[in-house]
Structures are given as C-alpha cells and as structure tokens.
Design a protein around this ligand. Structure first.
Ligand code: NAP
Length: 312
C-alpha cells in the first residue's frame, strides 16, 4: 500500500479549500469525496452570500469550480465513503467503502454535517423548490411569502426569526405542546408579530403543485384531525448531525458529535489529524466559514508535516 502525505476526507467548501491550499503547497493531497461530492451546497440552488459573486452562483457550480481549482494544482479525487479509520498507528490508516485501504502521514477531516430531514413524502422531491434547511441561504427568495418552520428547538426559533425579515408570515409547526428552545429564544419568537404557532402537530406530507410547495399536510396529535396548512415555503429546522460516525471513540467530540479542535487551530486531539468545516462547527455552518477553516486546516497540516519527524 502506497503512503499518502496528506489525505482530505470530504468535499464541501472546507474539503475543497483545504485541497486547493494543500495542493498549492505541493502536498499532493488525496481527497476522498464521500457519497455526495460537494456536500450540502449540492442541495441548494442559488448562493447569494458567497463573496465574489455579485450576481449569485448556483451551489453545484460553485462546488464544481472549487474542485477544478484544486485539480489544477494537483489534488487527486477518489469517490467513496470513509467507513473506518485507525489513528492509533503511524502512518494513519483510512478505509474507504470497507474495501480500499490507505495510509497517510496526516489527515484533514472535512466530512461536514447533514441537516436532518423529516423523511416524509414530498420533502426530498421539493428541496430547492420551496423546501429548505437553511434560512440564511434561501430566506431571501421568500419575500412577502407565507412560510412554515418545522421544529421546536433553538434552530427553529432562530430560522423563524431570521425569516421575519422577508416573509409575510411564518407558522412554527412543532410536534409537541412544549418547545425545546431556550426561554430567551422562545420569548423572542412569541413576541414577534409575524410568527404564529401550530403546536402538537405531526408533519405528514409536503404538498406540492407544479413542482413547488403549496402547503404541508399535518395531523393534530390531540384530535387526530388531518389538514393542510397552506405555505409557499417550508424550512425544516430539526437539527443537524455531524458526519462523525466513523470517528466515535477516536477523536474528541462534543455531546452531539462535532469534532473538538484545539484553541484557534484546526488540530484535533490526535497528532497529524485536523478538522475543518461543519464537522467541527456547530455554530456558524456557512459555506464561507467552512472554506475559511479549510484554508486553516491545510496550513496547519503543512506546518505540522514540516516540523514532525515522520516514520518512513
Ligand atoms: P434540537 O435542540 O435537537 O431541536 C430539534 C427540534 O426538532 C426539537 O424540537 C425536536 O422535537 C424537533 N424534531 C426532531 N426530529 C423531528 C422529527 N422527525 N419530526 C418533527 N420534529 C422533530 O436542535 P437545534 O434546534 O438544531 O439545536 C441544536 C443545539 O444547538 C442546541 O443545543 C441549541 O441550543 C443550539 N442552538 C443554539 C442557538 C442559539 O442559541 N441561538 C441556535 C441554534 C441552535 P422534540 O422537542 O419533540 O424532540
């Protein structure tokens, strides 16, 4: 098995940016693309807040451009899903699709986080056509529209409050009577005149017509009544899950599974292993912050590789 100098796991804005910087530093990174090359931005339509694109850019086009930029400097890409790692030995071991084994001096983890979805009919078909998991990304497209936000946690309150800038009205649909969100966030949402409440309702189906959202079918958990709440857009805000299943018990993570990094660096608790992007960021979760941390991870890895006595 050949040994890689640097492997990058994941291909959202963090992984691609790390690949651009590492390739330009002559580290010839091998990038494992994952099952969804390009990550969450492949699910969005227009991205209007990534600097440098005054007219906006389609999420998939932005990801394709980042990949090409990394390839231009010599980054190599391998399609596949990282199934396990062994960071207890040197070189570090990475297994892809349970069939390919790699060894590397250093590894950057950029496997991202995935927004949780409800898994109901109509939802995945209408993503990008009225169903969204990111108010910051897509709220702008819903000026004076009626919206639904699903969830009862802080994310749902935050998304709903953000959307008040654009929407005519927002209904928060939550499956229980009690909210999980912090008191302060609940209070802010309760005090906002554009926000309405639809509690104790289970989402059953995203209703669409002509390939766009027109409402959500829900069931009243108390009465059993089924009805449709009309809406032009539905924001699903039921939490994110970092893609760290294969790292459990290996890298330090927080309670939810986000990788902990040390101080201002992207270093993890294991020498030569770095983390960047949403997989290590429960807070900002933006394409531009992920790209920035990908740059930092590549620079941290380069410095570490320069200064570490590596076994051959
Ligand atoms: P969360 O606290 O886990 O809340 C998720 C919400 O979605 C819950 O109300 C849950 O309902 C609901 N939900 C989950 N699965 C569902 C399903 N299949 N169908 C319908 N509803 C479902 O997640 P979060 O709101 O993303 O927050 C995550 C963490 O980040 C929290 O610690 C939060 O405090 C923090 N955060 C903080 C801020 C802030 O302070 N500004 C902003 C965002 C997030 P149940 O309540 O019934 O379980």
């Amino acid at each position: 098995m050949d040994k890689e100098h640097l492997m990058i796991l994941g291909t959202g804005p963090a992984g691609y940016t790390a690949a651009i910087y590492a390739a330009r530093a002559n580290l010839h990174p091998l990038v494992i693309e994952g099952n969804e090359p390009g990550g969450q931005l492949m699910l969005t339509t227009e991205v209007e807040n990534f600097p440098g694109f005054p007219e906006g850019v389609m999420g998939p086009d932005l990801m394709e451009a980042m990949k090409k930029q990394a390839e231009r400097f010599g980054a190599r890409f391998q399609y596949g899903w990282v199934t396990s790692v062994d960071f207890s030995q040197r070189p570090l071991q990475v297994s892809v699709d349970d069939s390919l084994s790699y060894a590397a001096d250093a590894v950057i983890v950029a496997t991202g986080a995935s927004a949780k979805l409800l898994g109901i009919p109509g939802e995945s078909e209408l993503i990008g056509h009225g169903v969204s998991t990111c108010a910051t990304c897509d709220g702008f497209f819903f000026r004076n529209k009626s919206l639904i936000v699903i969830g009862g946690g802080d994310s749902a309150m935050e998304e709903a409050l953000f959307l008040t800038k654009y929407a005519s009205d927002i209904t928060i649909v939550h499956r229980r009577d009690a909210l999980r969100a912090s008191k302060v966030m609940q209070e802010r949402a309760h005090n906002h005149p554009k926000i309405r409440w639809a509690l104790n309702l289970s989402p059953l189906e995203v209703v669409g017509e002509d390939n766009r959202v027109v409402g959500m079918k829900v069931k009243d958990n108390a009465s059993g009544e089924i009805r449709v709440i009309p809406a032009d857009g539905i924001f699903v805000a039921i939490g994110h899950a970092p893609n760290t299943g294969f790292l459990q018990g290996i890298l330090d993570t927080d309670r939810v599974g986000y990788i902990k990094t040390q101080g201002l660096s992207t270093a993890t608790n294991i020498e030569g292993v770095f983390a960047c992007g949403d997989v290590a960021d429960p807070h900002y979760r933006q394409a531009i912050t992920a790209a920035g941390s990908g740059c930092r991870a590549a620079m941290d890895a380069e410095k570490w590789l320069e200064n570490s006595p590596l076994p051959s």
